[in-house]
Write a protein that binds this ligand. Sequence first.
Ligand code: 5AD
Ligand code: SF4
Length: 455
Amino acid sequence: MKFVNSYKEKMKKYNEEHKLKYYIDTMGCQMNENDSLKYAGIFESMGFEKGEEDNSNVYLFNTCCVRENAENTLFGRLGMLKNRKLNNEEVYIAIVGCMTQQEHILEKIKKSYRFVDVVLGTSCMSIFPEKLYYAIVDNKKKIEYIDVSNALEEEVPIAYNDKYKASVSIIYGCNNFCSYCIVPYVRGRERSRKPEDIIADVKKLADEGYKEIMLLGQNVNSYGNDFKEKYTFPMLLEELEKIDGIEIIRFMSPHPKDFKDDLIEVIKKSKKIARQIHLPLQSGNTEILKKMNRKYTKEQFIELALKLKEIPDVSLSTDIIVGFPNETEEQFLDTLDVVRKVEFDQIYMFIYSKRTGTVAAKLDDEITYEEKVDRLERLKKLYEETLPKLNEKMVGKVYKVLVEGKSKTNNDLYTGRSSQNKVVIFEADESFVGKVVNVKIDSQHLWYLKGTIIK
Ligand code: 5AD
Ligand code: SF4
């Protein structure tokens, strides 16, 4: 479905006089960040200016419900804006994204946050301009609308905030129903974008000077499963590889159960696919993995991870949840065991968060919160002990780095990320920004590497 903004001109006219500013508050994952860039594009096409947190008129909260803490953050921030509304300032509030697809959140907004102007679910960008226009110009208060339609919205204007790196969604939704996860309930079933639409987007980005793309999806290697004719994620990668100008291709997240040899072969052959693969483990214990509905065992995960690590210079990152309902100490030790055997370069660690509506939410859980925090700390400690060893292996070698600009912490130096997604700092000048250079690593400093550009 092509995105049409029939309110663009009307809203622009209004903004000529009122000059309204927008501010987007994004919670959650990279998919949400990508959606927020589209919302920014929509705002800008309607003549809004980008404002700051304290001086804007339209506040858009793009919400997440994967873990509990985001809810508290949202309601705290709404409370703060309420005062500005009460003072009759021209302030409008829109809430979009995953959280609004949950019944109890909607009820709470309706009951206690009646000053909110627009509430929309996921996949609702095409109706956003209209609802916003009504709220601002027609002042039809309290529009509450939920769309669970799984429409694929194409050609939404997108306001990237980086000149060299861009994210591109390739598949929306998820069919996996991992027992702890709310995503399949709020983002709907898998819908793959047509390859020609993705390729056109990436070609356009290359023409605009972008060097690196990140392909996004809840499960990128399900890409194409919903097409009638066979078209797979590895086939898409091969097509994108041919696009001149794009030098680094990343993707996240693949599901270990769907990581097949054809994908590994494409990665091995590719000169552009980053030498970094995100492979979410979640738990290292086979019984817990079964309860999580992950469809792989501890041994299968280790085998896959070690196979991927045979690709020269590959780094692995992962997601791990500690404290799944009634996870025993022994089961947790299996997670540590996998971490020890695989040696991840990056671990996103989470304490299990009960999500109403999921299968796991019905399970008994006797483990105390303190125990869960303790497990998280032990996982963190193991990771931080392993990391210097992995970094050390990179010292003396040369890696491709996209130069992003001046380092924020060390202003004399420039910074970028290697193909392995490691932060690297080095001497350079402005002429290097936006270029992919070869950097020889001189030393490792846990969270970053120091190096020298090789001419
Ligand atoms: N509790 C904790 N972490 C979760 N994740 C998803 N659902 C939950 C939950 N209920 C984590 C998973 C996933 C990442 C995006 O968020 O590790 O890979
Ligand atoms: Fe959630 Fe599992 Fe789908 Fe990832 S694959 S979004 S963890 S249900």
